[in-house]
Every structure is written in C-alpha cells, then in structure tokens.
Write a protein that binds this ligand. Structure first.
Ligand code: NDP
Length: 251
C-alpha cells in the first residue's frame, strides 16, 4: 500500500459508486479529495464521513456537462487545496437500448456526459497536471473507461462507443503528456454493483444484467478504488496505460 500523502485529488462522479469509494480510499491514504457531482446531500454526507475518519474533503455540487460551472469548481479546488495532481475522470451514465428504437435523447445524454464532459474535465485540469509534473511531483489523469470499450454486450452500442472513445483518447493523451511526466491511464472495469444499473430501462439489457447477477460475483466499487489508488501510488516513472479489472467469473 502506497501513501498518497500530500496529493490533491479531484474526482468526478464522486457522489456514489466507484467515485465515492475512490474518494474514501484516496483520503484514507492521505490525499486531499475534491468531490464533484450534482447531488449535494450525497456529497455533504461523504465529506462528513471522510472528515470524521481524519481525512480532508471538499464537496462541490456541479453538473459536469456545464463547462463553465465545471471550470469554476476546478478553480475552487486549487484555491482550497493547491494545484490538482490526481484526477479521477469518472462521472458517467449507461443507457443501453436497441439502435432501432432511435433513442436520440439517450445517445446524446451518454455522449454529453461520458465524452464531452470528460473532455472538459481534462481541459480544465491538464494545465495544473503539467505544472505539477514540471516541479518533479507525480501527476495523474485516470479516466474511468469500461470493459464495454473492448467487449460486446446486448444493446450497449452507444455506451460502449463512448467508453472506446475514453480508452483510445487516454492512449493518445498518454503519448502527448507522458513526455511532460503526466501519467494517463484508462481503468476498464467489468461489471460493478453501483447505481449505474438503476438507470437501465431496456428489457434486453435488464435481462442480461439479471443473468449476470446470477452467474457472476460482481466487483464492488471498493475493488475498483483499490486499482485506482494502486495506479496513482506507483513510482513516478511507471504508468499503467490501460487496466482491465474483471469479476473472475465474467467472460
Ligand atoms: P454511479 O451511477 O454510482 O455513479 C455515477 C456518478 O456520476 C454519480 O456520482 C453521479 O452523481 C455522477 N454524475 C452523473 N451525471 C452527472 C453530471 N451531469 N454531473 C456531475 N456528475 C454526474 O455509477 P458507477 O460508479 O458505476 O459509474 C462510475 C463510472 O464507472 C462511469 O463512468 C461508468 O460508466 C463506469 N463504469 C461502471 C461500471 C459498472 O458496472 N458499474 C463498469 C465499467 C465502468 P450525481 O447523480 O450526484 O450527479
């Protein structure tokens, strides 16, 4: 276990699931954590938990699809904690549906959040990451992708494509920012029990999820948080480019 003392972490999608578990773990390992998501009550609760446990946390209720609001939130983090050096770019939504249903609203929602907001997050934090790395300190951009970036699941085409974008983007950005000592990683979890599945309405995808519940011991958000903390805690010259973490029984 590597300490993350002195690190300043910014986590999007921190109000539940993988983001919340990651916030707890990074704070427990010594990082100051800034929590971004829309639900203020959830963020307040998480800040209280982390603070009670001896950590340092700041909750910033923000819709990350609003680029201006996101930029202001990132500025508030650096004012409070100093430059951000560990970004977990994690907010996301999964809305599977057969393409023939023409759910353009759902396509757009996934593209706006999983791709466009992720890009705006990157744009808002990269100058700080480059500056921190230039001072000889670790700097990490960790993007939450998915096994869906690699594998085929029923009616998941648009979601999967957003995650393939994130994995491929991460590889490109690693090549671009690595020479400046900024590490870029894509973490690709298999199925994790979170609120993500609660947004699914498509019967085909629901049937697939129900089957997977019966046959697979799903990952927990804490399992993925361990991978993220491990990635950030490696020596500065070591960059996990792409980490796929699967439930043992998931094909
Ligand atoms: P959750 O639904 O538990 O978490 C999603 C988070 O995103 C919440 O904190 C939510 O907070 C936040 N969010 C959603 N919309 C916005 C918005 N417009 N602005 C700000 N925050 C927003 O799901 P997970 O923890 O599972 O998902 C986290 C990431 O992991 C996602 O990118 C997902 O695609 C990915 N992933 C998940 C897997 C799984 O099986 N669960 C597998 C592989 C990848 P709020 O509603 O408060 O805004």
């Amino acid at each position: 276990m590597t300490a993350l003392t002195g690190r300043v972490a910014l986590i999007t999608g921190a109000s539940s699931g993988i983001g919340a578990a990651t916030a707890r773990l990074l704070a427990a390992r010594g990082a100051k954590v800034a929590l971004l998501a829309r639900r203020k009550d959830r963020l307040d609760e998480l800040v209280a938990q982390i603070t009670t446990a001896g950590g340092t946390a700041l909750g910033l209720p923000v819709d990350v699809t609003d680029a201006d609001a996101l930029g202001s939130a990132v500025a508030q983090v650096s004012t409070a904690f100093g430059p951000v050096d560990l970004v977990v770019n994690n907010a996301g939504i999964m809305l599977p549906a057969p393409v023939e249903e023409l759910r353009a609203d759902q396509w757009q929602h996934q593209i706006d959040l999983n791709i466009t907001a992720a890009m705006h997050t990157i744009g808002a934090v990269v100058p700080q990451l480059v500056a921190v790395a230039g001072e000889g300190r670790p700097a990490d951009l960790i993007n939450t992708s998915s096994i869906a970036a690699q594998n085929i699941f029923p009616n998941f085409a648009v979601y999967s494509a957003t995650k393939a974008y994130i994995t491929h983007l991460s590889r490109h950005l690693r090549a671009e920012l690595g020479p400046k000592d900024v590490r870029v990683s894509a973490v690709e979890p298999g199925i994790v029990g979170t609120e993500l599945q609660g947004h699914v309405t498509d019967p085909g995808a629901l049937a697939w999820l129900a089957g997977a519940r019966e046959t697979v011991d799903w990952l927990t958000p804490e399992d993925v948080a361990e991978v993220i903390a491990f990635t950030a805690g490696l020596p500065r010259h070591v960059n996990l480019q792409q980490v796929t973490v699967m439930p043992t029984r998931q094909a």
